[in-house]
Ligand binder design. Structure first.
Ligand code: ADP
Length: 338
């Protein structure tokens, strides 16, 4: 699946390609360069490295993403006139269900320039200047098209509730949102292959000005039982080693039973459960290692993870978004575009 170490390394590396002045761009200045530097360092991701097959389940969401973004990038000649592509897509649903993975898969499979930002972190870091950052971001995206911009936590720009964050924060959100709307209108008017994939866990907090520009809306739902089973198999795969003579050392893991016991869990919850369960045999080894005399050469052999280990991890984990399921479904009926 995704090689975490590679991903981090690549993301940390800065790609100077983005810092070259854009041809014919008159507003190039120190401020512009500074913002482009921030985008190159914190937002641009040179190799998101997620394949469609890395994403378990979500067949419907994958199909819509291919139709809406992948094919228009691959075969632009087919998507003209009435078929001109949607430029704004909303991925909504519970947290940890694969929205980021979907955006990365589009970027990987289509080899687009990929920008990955969280609306709330931009506003908290850049406050009143967040709108300038958005402007430069879209400029870079257009120049380096085809591009996909993944904008996470979109609802953080929308909350009009109270003044808990203080005046500046609210002002920063408002400005960034206005700039975003302007930029999205700009995208819709051109043939540039720049796609905004916005994600939200709370789509009902988005206002109509924003929703109108995110015409394609895709529910990224909690995994089905079948998908949960595949996830457990992925994280805790059957263990067949040369010494096991073709026997599965983890044969005692009952994947079906675990899938049945995790209704309402997100993909990210299941990953946590599997990780916690995989720690159980490691903890036992730690106990032995602690008792060894210093000079002794440790001989480490881990017990296989058992169904019981996983069940006990499940008992200690609460699914994060179960209560909202009905609300997503209701919102889908009202606002889904397909
Ligand atoms: P979000 O919907 O909040 O953007 P992410 O896409 O970041 O969620 O998923 C978080 C993590 O959960 C992923 O890195 C992955 O390990 C796991 N995960 C969630 N959904 C899936 C899925 N459908 N297939 C495979 N892994 C998943």
């Amino acid at each position: 699946m995704i090689n975490e170490a590679t991903r981090l390394n690549v993301e940390e590396g800065q790609d100077d390609r983005l810092l070259k002045p854009l041809g014919g761009y008159l507003g190039y200045s120190n401020e512009w360069r500074e913002l482009a530097q921030v985008i190159s360092r914190d937002i641009f991701s040179s190799d998101p490295n997620v394949r469609w097959d890395d994403i378990i389940g979500l067949d419907n969401a994958k199909r819509i993403m291919k139709e809406a973004v992948v094919y228009p990038i691959k075969y632009p000649q087919l998507f003209t006139g009435i078929l001109s592509p949607w430029k704004g897509l909303l991925l909504y649903g519970p947290p940890g269900t694969g929205k980021t993975l979907l955006a990365k898969a589009v970027a990987t499979e289509c080899n687009t320039t990929f920008f990955n930002i969280s609306a709330s972190s931009i506003v908290s870091k850049w406050r009143g200047d967040s709108e300038k950052l958005v402007r430069v971001l879209f400029e870079l995206a257009r120049f380096h098209a085809p591009s996909t911009i993944f904008l996470d936590e979109l609802e953080s720009l929308m909350s009009q509730r109270g003044s808990s964050g203080g005046g500046t924060e609210h002002e920063g959100s408002r400005r960034m949102k206005t700039e975003l709307l302007v930029q999205m209108d700009g995208l819709a008017k051109t043939d540039d292959l720049v796609f905004l994939l916005a994600a939200s866990n709370l789509p009902w907090e988005l206002d109509h000005a924003m929703l109108r520009r995110l015409e394609k809306r895709i529910l990224v739902d909690l995994p089905t039982e079948e998908a949960r089973e595949a996830m457990f198999k992925h994280h805790l795969p059957p263990l067949i080693t040369p010494e096991s003579h073709g026997l599965d050392l983890r044969a005692e893991i009952d994947y079906k039973l675990l899938a049945g016991a995790t209704q309402g869990y997100s993909g990210s919850d299941i990953r946590l459960v599997a990780k916690e369960a995989a720690m159980t045999p490691v903890r036992k080894v730690f106990q032995v290692l602690e008792q060894l005399a210093e000079a002794e050469e440790p001989h480490i052999a881990l017990d296989p993870v058992t169904t019981q280990d996983v069940q006990s991890a499940i008992a200690h984990t609460k699914p994060s978004a179960r209560l909202l399921t009905e609300k997503y479904k209701k919102w889908q009926q009202e606002y889904e575009s397909v």
